[in-house]
Design a protein around this ligand. Structure first.
Ligand SMILES: Cc1cc2nc3c(=O)[nH]c(=O)nc-3n(C[C@H](O)[C@H](O)[C@H](O)COP(=O)(O)OP(=O)(O)OC[C@H]3O[C@@H](n4cnc5c(N)ncnc54)[C@H](O)[C@@H]3O)c2cc1C
Length: 445
């Protein structure tokens, strides 16, 4: 019996979908739109035991398996190659428990992030993980990519909010460490190793996530700023005087593209969304205007208005959804981000004059996003964009991925941010946990 026949026999056709049963299921590509191939089967287990059975069989057959979450990833990490089996956690979903004393939530990996956020809200608590794809991405995918998002400046990345984890190793062994305690120095931290491992070391099945008190008051403003030096001055003031929960910067081209010009009479060189917990934002902005740090600001008078500001940042307008987009996501020393933007924009325009580049990002935590429209999306042009952008990242000691991960799209560039010794250590870890190399082969390392 081959692997798929054995999977079908052991798990049944409800769990092991093949052929026409895959029609209409988004299994070919993540949100990078770079996946081309269908898996030979899609496994949809609804229990940890079924995940373990599936992996035990695949391991015995040396059958490659690609874990899939909500398919919102932007690095090609959940895409299949010909002959791969996909394993989706979508049927293993739901919040199992909220523990208000420990301020923790036990959640299944297939739970959509927004569902988990709402469950926390119902218990008057905050799940401090948030990103634009909240309505589709899953907790398992968020952990596997160590997602960042909009509130990292206040609460850290997913890894920083992960108290416990359960996962299934490539050979079917269940690793269960569903701890609710913040202090846990019991040997090697597999939890933090699996966060950001992009499905290459184990399949995540459950997690314990840290919850926080609901902030009493949230204030949001969008500020018009003349120069990047002034953006940095505003960041320093806001950090020093307020509890900052977001600091998002949009360069003029991105702000315009996403409809920001409806907010101000003229598009400013930089638009900054400042979000704070507690009061004091208005006073700070008055001071910033008085000192010439910003030249205009709109303070949201309602939640609906705050949402309108965020819609600009999250590119809710149809014209922002262009074809042939290369999405890059890099980390850079905060002070040099604008120099990087200028060099990168100029170098891409000079090498590929028909492209358009747009810059924005979670600048408060040193993360810049770059959208480059590459008409025709020819491989050589995409490669040229990557070479320019990542080459400049290496020059300033930045990271080629801040939050989207390596997947397939950044595989060739990992050495720009990691030294040879680190790459060898990563290969050794991969081999130790997955000696047959069946978990998400061809990704990350
Ligand atoms: C509009 C939009 C906005 C976004 N904003 C942000 C942002 O602000 N910050 C950010 O970090 N990302 C952002 N992303 C990227 C994406 O949403 C995140 O990477 C997200 O965490 C991926 O989750 P997912 O469930 O969709 O995973 P998928 O795309 O399905 O998979 C991502 C990776 O995780 C692995 N994986 C998935 N589930 C499991 C599992 N249970 N066990 C083991 N491995 C698994 C896959 O193999 C793959 O390598 C955005 C994407 C979009 C489309």
């Amino acid at each position: 019996m081959d692997a798929v026949a054995e999977l079908l026999a052991a798990l049944g056709p409800e769990v092991c979908l093949t052929g026409p049963a895959l029609d209409g299921i988004a299994v070919r590509s993540d949100a990078s739109a770079t996946g081309r191939d269908l898996p030979i089967a899609l496994l949809r287990p609804s229990s940890v035991a079924e995940v373990s059975t599936a992996l035990t069989i695949c391991h015995r057959h040396h059958q490659p398996v690609v874990p899939q979450g909500g398919m919102t990833g932007l690095a090609g990490g959940a895409n299949c190659r010909p002959g791969d089996v996909a394993l989706s956690l979508a049927r293993f979903q739901g919040v199992e428990e909220i523990d208000p004393i420990a301020a923790a939530m036990v959640v299944r990996a297939g739970t959509v992030l927004e569902t988990a956020q709402n469950a926390a809200l119902d218990a008057d608590l905050l799940l401090p993980i948030d990103l634009g794809a909240r309505g589709s991405c899953q907790i398992g995918g968020n952990i596997a990519t160590n997602a960042g998002g909009l509130r990292v400046i206040r609460h850290g990345t997913v890894r920083d909010n992960l108290l416990g984890l359960e996962a299934v190793q490539a050979d079917g062994t269940v690793l269960s460490h569903l701890s609710r305690m913040q202090k846990d120095n019991t040997g090697y931290d597999l939890r933090h190793l699996l966060a950001g491992s992009e499905g290459t070391l184990a399949v995540i099945t459950r997690a314990v996530l840290r919850l926080r008190p609901l902030p009493s008051d949230i204030e949001t403003a969008v500020c018009a700023v003349e120069s990047y030096d002034a953006v940095l001055a505003l960041l320093r003031m806001a950090r020093g005087q307020l509890t900052l929960s977001a600091f998002e910067v949009m360069w003029a081209d991105y702000f315009d593209l996403c409809g920001g010009s409806r907010l101000f009479a003229e598009t400013p060189p930089f638009a900054v969304i400042v979000e704070t917990e507690g009061s004091g934002l208005e006073n700070l902005l008055e001071k910033a205007i008085g000192e010439g740090v910003i030249f205009d600001a709109l303070i949201a008078q309602s939640e609906a208005e705050a949402r309108r500001f965020w819609e600009v940042r999250e590119a809710a307008l149809p014209e922002a959804h262009m074809d042939d987009i290369v999405n890059l996501d890099v980390s850079l020393p905060i002070a040099s981000i604008d120099d990087y933007v200028r060099s990168c924009r100029a170098a891409i325009a000079s090498a590929l004059p028909s492209t358009r580049s747009f810059f924005f990002g979670h600048v408060g935590d040193s993360n810049l996003h770059i959208m480059v429209q590459v008409p025709g999306y020819r491989d050589a042009d995409v490669h040229a964009v990557d070479r320019i952008a990542y080459g400049l990242v290496r020059e300033v000691g930045g990271m080629i991925s801040a939050e989207h991960g390596i997947g397939t799209l950044k595989l060739a560039w990992l050495g720009h941010s990691r030294c040879p010794g680190e790459l060898d250590a990563m290969r050794a870890i991969k081999h130790a946990l997955d000696p047959a190399g069946i978990l998400n082969p061809g990704k990350v390392i």
